[in-house]
Unconditional design. Structure first.
Length: 424
DNA sequence: GTGTCTAAG
DNA sequence: TATTCTTAGACAC
């Protein structure tokens, strides 16, 4: 059955991506244990192989491992997403130069369609070399017939000598799936993994492949049913090449707790501006904006978690319009006397920019829409040229004392003139 | 329709 | 003192 399948899918995965980015500009980090931390330097989100060997788990709360880090001289960095985003663009551009059909799955991963290529495995080896040469980022590539199998191949590739692994023959596939724990299968996490194992004795990817799809469908969902077919080599998940997000959110945990409405207003305005920028980047407008505030979920006994959805009468991507809606929502749910620790906004009901609804074709709104579009374009352009925060709405505030902490930040080498690397 | 659960990276 | 952030889909109600 497998030999009749002509469709090849590969997964390209950057190795320890954030750490690899830091190493690009600090060659002394090579062969040393390095970790990169999340916002507020809260937990570990990327580890070099050396750091993994020293026993730092993924997602580890930094404060629990600080002593270990000190003892072993582990280098720790705050996350520098501006740098990582730029390096990511370069890696993806390299892939796009060689492959016509690509789905950028995350900041450090892409699926590519290699159907029609005579020797796809050799192609992957070549591609890996090009990415290394052009960007300096090491990648692993897993090759097979479906996304789920390519993911499984990628797991093996990560640990292999040359960083490329093909899952192309039935026997290889079965052996690999037998060695893959059920909760390591793409799309199956700890909850479902536990249920599958404890209730049905399904311990490995191979066990799942052999399970009855209809039975699993009954006890779980279509999601896992699809995974079964994918493990059998029947592709159910297509490459999604065009990116138009259905919701866009911007949320943050504060550097300290915040109880003043005025400070929350600034934070909400900033997050809204951030989300609106992403919205415009994909040429879309939003019909709704959801905002929420919450107290510290780890400490409080009297918690206050509240959110509010504001529906807009017409879709917009105008920062000012979105901010005033968001502030209105905030004022409706704010209660004084609470120590807020986190706030966020989510843009919803997103439509493409050229989508016009009947009632906004009135002259007034069209003219207004055009003016706002021109203004937003100018703002985005200026900020792109001179730094993110040159032009911003007054509501966003200037001091931003609530801002996240990032004490161990590396320079944004590739996107800021004043933070270029110095060579003496 | 909305909220909750689950997952991924 | 310190426990991320963003997106998506399914399902129960």
């Amino acid at each position: 059955m497998l030999n009749t399948m002509k469709r090849f899918i590969a997964l390209v995965d950057c190795n320890n991506f954030y750490v690899s980015c830091e190493r690009l500009f600090s060659p002394s980090y090579i062969d040393k244990p390095v970790v990169v931390l999340s916002n507020n330097d809260g937990c570990v989100i990327s580890r070099s192989n050396e750091a993994k060997l020293l026993g730092i788990p993924m997602g580890a709360p930094y404060f629990k491992f600080q002593a270990l880090c000190k003892r072993h001289k582990i280098i720790a960095h705050s996350s520098n997403f501006e740098l990582y985003g730029d390096i990511s663009r370069r890696v993806m551009a390299t892939l796009e130069a060689f492959v016509p059909s690509i789905e950028i799955y995350s900041i450090d991963e892409a699926f590519i369609d290699l159907t029609g290529i005579a020797d796809p495995l050799a192609f992957c080896v070549m591609l890996r070399g090009k990415v290394m040469l052009w960007t300096g980022i090491p990648v692993s590539i897993g090759l097979s017939y479906t996304k789920t199998l390519a993911k499984a191949a990628g797991e093996v590739a990560k640990k292999s000598e040359n960083g490329v692994f093909g899952l192309l023959h039935e026997e290889d596939i079965n052996l690999t799936l037998q060695a893959l724990n059920i909760n390591k299968v793409w799309g199956i996490g700890n909850q479902w993994g536990m249920k599958l194992e404890l209730k049905f004795g399904i311990r490995t990817a191979y066990d799942l492949k052999l399970a009855s799809a209809t039975f699993i469908r009954k006890h779980f969902s279509v999601v896992i049913e699809r995974i079964i077919y994918e493990l059998k080599g029947l592709s159910c998940l297509e490459l999604e090449e065009i990116e138009t997000k259905k919701s866009i959110s911007s949320t943050r945990t504060f550097g300290r707790s915040v109880s003043e409405l005025s400070e929350l207003r600034e934070a909400i305005a900033s997050y809204t501006a951030n989300a609106a920028r992403k919205l415009r980047r994909q040429n879309s407008k939003a019909y709704g904006i959801y905002i929420y505030i919450r107290t510290d979920r780890f400490r409080d006994t009297t918690q206050h978690n509240k959110g509010k959805l504001i529906e807009l009468t017409y879709p917009t991507s105008d920062t000012g319009a979105l901010i005033s809606a968001a502030i209105k929502g905030l004022e409706a749910i704010y209660k004084r006397g609470f120590q807020y620790k986190k706030a966020g906004v989510v843009l919803l009901d997103i439509v493409r920019e050229n989508y016009l609804q009947r009632d906004i074709t009135e002259e007034y709104n069209v003219e207004r829409g055009l003016r706002s579009a021109a203004l937003m374009e100018a703002v985005d352009e200026l900020n792109k040229k001179f730094g993110k925060r040159l032009v911003q709405h007054a509501a966003e505030g200037v001091k931003k004392e609530w801002k996240v902490k990032a004490d161990l930040l590396s320079p944004r080498y590739t996107t800021r003139w004043d933070e270029l690397i110095n060579v003496y």
